[in-house]
Design a protein around this ligand. Sequence first.
Ligand code: SF4
Length: 289
Amino acid sequence: MPALTVSELKSETNPTWCPGCGDFAVLQALSKAIVDLKLDTDNTLIVSGIGCSSNLPHFLRTYGFHSIHGRSLPVAQGAKLANPELTVVAAGGDGDGYGIGMGHFVHSVRRNVDLTYIVMDNQIYGLTTGQTSPTSETGHKTKSTPEGNIERPVNPISIALAAGATYVARGFSGDPNSLAELIKGAIQHKGFALVDVFSPCVTYNKNNTYAWFRENVTKVAHDPGDWDAAMIESRRWGAKNIPYGLFYRKEGTPTYEEQDVVLGRGVVPVKAKLGLAPEQVQEIVKGFY
Ligand code: SF4
């Protein structure tokens, strides 16, 4: 069933996020992207991990899978390979995706499975009430680093580029219209697409606030087909020097599905005949209970 309007796409479950949380804008932008692209909600899956932002699949009338911490990408890839006809979006936070999930992130990028990964990056662990996360800046004082974070933050844009990502973008919840366009581009892109989003945690991150980002972000200005320029841009950070927008897009790189010996022939595993009686299928399914 195609989603006709953003309000029809809303589920009966209302977000429990704190008022003002950046994740509301991501939900709004993703909803707009789904509606604008006229995606069939019966053929769209949103997979998440664990964290405040990972509650997102509950709020939309698509299919959803709320998985476990750091594991949205393995589930999302499995779903896409089982049914390449699905539109698959993985979503979660920076702690989920760039901490415990970092290994999956890098390997998902290099496999180039055709899916979109949205990371609501608030540079803190929000659900567990404000500890330093993998993207927290050096010196950031939190309840887990009261003297200031002594580690350097991971740079997800540089890492995605280095691992061979074919669509790399950074959005900002304070600019939901451009965020919706970045998400639309990611969904339309054939291959793995990263949309890292500055999505402020208004409750626990008092450093990287909406006001701080508004003061310091600039729009990406280079040619998104230029990988070297994208890598240089991705290294920028600091006062009035944090770029957001589309860093890199390269079409035509074969996806994992296209190269797989079975999927490449157009086989859709979930539609393949098992050659089993319904009772036998039920017996197998019971094994998963
Ligand atoms: Fe959003 Fe932070 Fe509240 Fe979590 S704790 S819902 S990330 S504002």
